[in-house]
Design a protein around this ligand. Structure first.
Ligand SMILES: [Zn+2]
Length: 85
């Protein structure tokens, strides 16, 4: 699953990846515009990263997104101390 021939179209990752695609943790920082969550909150993450623009995403089927990526396989994952979700 880790892209080795070309960068992943959604994440840009190629060749190397920190594994870890099933995980839970604690929020330590919120990005701009993130609502409904709080620093310190316990969470379980959905590893699916989707484009939001393809046919499948527009019909609520993001799990089969044409550009689907998984945290920990096509983007750095939770074997790191911190992970961006
Ligand atoms: Zn999509």
């Amino acid at each position: 699953f880790i892209p080795v021939e070309a960068p992943h179209p959604l994440t840009g990752l190629k060749d190397q990846c920190i594994l870890g695609h099933e995980f839970s943790g604690e929020i330590v920082h919120l990005g701009n515009g993130v609502t409904g969550f709080a620093v310190g909150q316990a969470v379980a993450a959905d590893a699916c990263q989707h484009c939001g623009t393809c046919y499948y995403c527009r019909h609520g089927l993001y799990n089969i997104c044409e550009n689907l990526a998984f945290t920990g396989l096509m983007n750095n994952g939770a074997f790191a101390e911190y992970v961006n979700v």
